[in-house]
Each structure stands twice: as structure tokens, then as C-alpha cells.
Design a protein around this ligand. Structure first.
Ligand code: CMC
Length: 431
């Protein structure tokens, strides 16, 4: 119940002064309004302190909506469950980038545009060739995206909407090609090139697993499963890597550099590297009998149960529910992943254990995705790459939104300085 007055009164007990600040849509106040709160004229004014941005809105956005307490995820208003069941990745990519579902002719044009940009300059393959055989696929992908920017010097003109559209098409189109190069280099296989006659996911699978120039006809269940996984990973509002994308882009750097930075943020095990970390954790646990020991270690805080917990979701991650169902479709084709029993038992124990329940720790998107990827034949090093390909769409949509937002400025947080007071330099022989 409110009295219709959308302001907040703050009383500073140091001075007895009161301040009235506006409450804006979304139940937020402007941090800059706090600057008026000062003890005297020399005072800088009040700031907020929020490490990890747990309670700070950095932008207004119209792309992705999450209700973490109810487990709701929507792209441009469409529930993720409906998109996963009834759409395709390229249609969802159009939706995320343009704001509306495409008409048939718009989707045809978008698909054509993406397919006509799938090839990369041959020199990029040589960049890939320079990596050691055991280089991590994600590191290779990050480097090759940054290198790709050198071929498009005009990409730095980020205020030109037409040039932005072109870079977006190039990046969405070329990511699977670069990822396939990385995979095949890792496997010691010759590079394979895109085939425009295939769908986005089918072309990707074909580039990865094609042997001796033969076309690989991916199993339709596996192709659909990968397409669903791509849809689920397309965007997730202001997460760590998207914030990196927006932050780097806020200095008006080109999208290839910004995307490489976002990918670096995604790579970490607390973010998109978690799918790889989950698989390694399941392999390390080894058997259902060893789960109690492992869980005791988690509860002693010696390590984390990877694939569990989320900053925003305090209920079951809706993407994890869809992935669990997709996993059973995939396992019907590939046979059950032997690690599934360990994962299911970990989930069963965690959902009934007060340590996890009291902290709202539920499976997130990464808990089951790795099991599917492994069953489909991907090595663990490819898991973060499989996250980065579809998330490219979200990063670019968010980057574009940031550039068009008149309120956005270069990202530049404040700090609370706790270091030494000013002191005089002491020559080395007198220290
Ligand atoms: N296993 C065990 N304990 C956990 C876990 C976990 N996976 N996650 C959080 N906790 C505990 C944590 O120790 C803390 O306990 P206490 O209150 O006693 O200190 C409490 O739960 C809150 O944790 P937090 O670190 O303050 O939460 P956060 O919002 O900063 O971190 C997270 C979110 C995703 C980084 C964290 O849950 C985590 O490390 N999970 C494992 C890694 C993972 O699966 N990441 C993928 C996230 S989903 C995909 C994506 O979008 O990237």
C-alpha cells in the first residue's frame, strides 16, 4: 500500500539534514542523487558501496527479463519455454537483436545475411595454426575474435548504425566457423569450411565432425538439441560477461575487441566456464558412493558444487529444467552419459539438504548442459565455446542498446581509498 508519493526521504543523522530523492520506475533511486548528502561544503558527497554490483542497476534494458524468485526468463517478452519448444536459434537471434519476431521475409533475409558471412579470411586460419596442439579452445576463440577485428578497421566507427549492423552479422555468422577451426586444430584435423546450404547448427556440427571432406548429416535430434541449447544461452541480461561487453564498449572500442573481452569474462569457472568445471567435478567424484565425502567438503566450504547457485535465480533456473528434458532426448540417441547418475544424485541430495536449501542453491544452466555436450562428442574444452557462440547474439544486442542509450556514459566506477596517507619518497639506500 502506498500514498502515491514516489520519493524517498533520507535523514542524515550526522547533521540532522533530510533529503528527498525520487523513486524511479523499477523501485530505484539515482545514485547521483545521493551526492547531495554531505556533512559540509568540502565533503565529496555520499556514494553507494556495492562490490559485485549485487544491488545496482547499471542500465535500463528492453531485451531480457528475469524474475529470479519465480524462475522466469523471457526474451523481449517471450517465455524461454515457448521459444525453446517452437522457435529456432536464428529466429531467436533476430528477436533478441531487433526486438520483435521476424516476418517470414525478414527471417529469410536475416538467414541469408548470416549465411553469406560465415567464411573468414584465410589468414585467421594461420593465426589458429600458431597455437600449440593443446591450447584451450576458448583461448583460441578469444584470440581469433580479437584478430578478426583487424580485418575490419571500419568496425571502430561504432556510431554508424549500418556499420554496426554489418559487424553484428559478421560476428554471429563467423563464430561457429572460428569455433570449428579451434576444435579441429585441437584434434589435429585439417580445417573445414562452412556450407551455406545447411542450417546454422547443422553447418556448425558439420564443420566440426566432417571427416575427409564428406558431408556429415547430423542426427536431427542432436541438431535440435544444440539449437535448443543455443536458444537458452542467447542472452541473460546484465551478467558478468555482458557487463564486460557494455563496459568495454562504453569507451567506444570496436565490437571485436569488446566481444573478446566479454568472452574472457565468460571463460571463468564461476560464469560460462562452469559447464566445463561441472564435468571435471563429476569425473573427479567418479561414483555415486563417493558423493557423501564430496558433499561434506562442499559444506565445509573447501569447494563449490559447480553448476549450482545463481546471483539472480533463487529458484530452479528455468533453463536447467529445459536442459534436463533435452538431455533425455539426446541420451535416447547417444546412450546415457554414465556421469548422469552422479549428477542426479548430487541434485537429489542438494535439494534436500539444509545447507543448499537455506542458501537457495538450485541447479543452473551449466549443471546438465555439459552432460549433453559430452554425449554429443564434444571434449570439455569446447563447453565454454558452446556457450560463447549463442551468447554472441546477446552481447551484441546489449552493446547496441548501450550505444543507443543517451543516458549511458563511459563506465567508470568510484572507489573507497583505504591506502596510505600522503608521504614523502625515501631514496632506496635510506629505506
Ligand atoms: N556451492 C556451494 N556453496 C555455494 C555455491 C555453490 N555452487 N554457490 C553459492 N554458495 C554459497 C556461498 O558459499 C555463500 O554461502 P555463505 O552465505 O555461507 O557465505 C552463499 O551460497 C551465497 O554465495 P555467493 O557467492 O555470495 O553468491 P553469488 O551470487 O555471489 O554467486 C555464483 C553466484 C553463481 C557465482 C555462485 O553460486 C557459484 O559460484 N556457483 C558455482 C559456479 C556456477 O555454477 N556458475 C554458473 C552460473 S550460471 C551460468 C552463468 O550465467 O554464468
Amino acid at each position: 500500500m502506498t500514498n502515491g508519493k514516489d520519493t524517498l526521504t533520507i535523514r542524515d543523522n550526522r547533521t540532522g539534514s533530510e533529503y528527498e530523492v525520487d523513486i524511479l520506475e523499477g523501485d530505484v533511486i539515482r545514485a547521483m542523487d545521493l551526492r547531495a548528502i554531505r556533512v559540509n561544503d568540502d565533503d565529496f558527497g555520499m556514494m553507494t558501496y556495492d562490490p559485485g554490483f549485487s544491488n545496482t542497476a547499471s542500465t535500463r534494458s528492453t531485451i531480457t527479463y528475469i524474475d529470479g524468485s519465480k524462475g522466469i526468463l523471457e526474451y523481449r517478452g517471450y517465455p524461454i519455454e515457448q521459444l525453446a519448444e517452437r522457435s529456432t536459434f536464428l529466429e531467436v537471434a533476430y528477436l533478441v537483436l531487433h526486438g520483435e519476431l521476424p516476418q517470414a521475409s525478414e527471417l529469410d533475409q536475416f538467414t541469408y545475411d548470416i549465411k553469406s558471412h560465415t567464411n573468414v579470411h584465410e589468414n585467421i586460419r594461420q593465426v589458429m595454426h600458431g597455437f600449440r596442439y593443446d591450447a584451450h579452445a576458448m583461448s583460441m576463440l578469444i584470440s581469433s575474435v580479437a584478430a578478426l577485428g583487424t580485418f575490419y578497421p571500419e568496425a571502430g566507427q561504432v556510431s554508424d548504425p549500418e556499420l554496426r549492423r554489418l559487424q553484428i552479422q559478421r560476428l554471429v555468422a563467423k563464430m561457429p566457423t572460428l569455433a570449428a577451426f579451434a576444435y579441429r586444430h585441437h584434434q589435429g584435423m585439417p580445417a573445414s569450411y562452412p556450407n551455406d546450404k545447411l542450417s546454422y547448427t547443422s553447418n556448425f556440427l558439420n564443420m566440426l565432425f566432417r571427416v575427409r571432406g564428406n558431408q556429415e548429416k547430423p542426427n536431427p535430434v542432436l541438431e535440435k538439441a544444440l539449437d535448443v541449447l543455443f536458444i537458452l544461452h542467447a542472452d541473460h541480461e546484465q551478467n558478468c560477461s555482458t557487463t564486460a561487453m557494455r563496459t568495454i564498449g562504453s569507451s567506444r572500442s570496436d565490437p571485436y575487441s569488446a566481444l573478446a573481452g566479454a568472452m574472457g569474462a565468460l571463460y571463468g569457472p564461476l560464469h560460462g566456464g562452469a559447464n566445463e568445471a561441472v564435468l571435471r567435478m563429476l569425473q573427479r567424484i567418479g561414483s555415486v558412493d563417493d558423493i557423501p565425502d564430496f558433499m561434506d567438503g562442499v559444506k565445509r566450504k573447501e569447494e563449490r558444487l559447480m553448476g549450482f547457485g545463481h546471483r539472480v535465480y533463487k529458484a530452479y533456473d528455468p533453463r536447467a529444467s529445459i536442459i534436463k528434458k533435452t538431455a533425455s532426448d539426446v541420451f535416447e540417441v547417444t546412450g546415457k552419459n554414465p556421469l548422469l547418475d552422479i549428477a542426479l544424485e548430487l541434485e537429489r541430495i542438494a535439494l534436500n539438504d539444509d545447507f543448499f536449501v537455506s542458501r537457495n542453491l538450485y541447479p543452473n544452466v551449466d549443471f546438465y548442459s555439459g552432460l549433453i555436450y559430452q554425449a554429443m562428442g564434444f571434449p570439455v574444452e569446447m563447453f565454454p565455446v558452446l556457450f560463447a557462440i549463442p551468447r554472441t547474439v546477446g552481447w551484441l544486442a546489449q552493446w547496441q542498446e548501450m550505444l543507443e542509450d543517451k543516458e549511458q556514459k563511459i563506465s567508470r566506477p568510484r572507489q573507497i581509498f583505504l591506502g596510505s596517507e600522503r608521504r614523502d619518497f625515501v631514496p632506496i639506500e635510506k629505506r
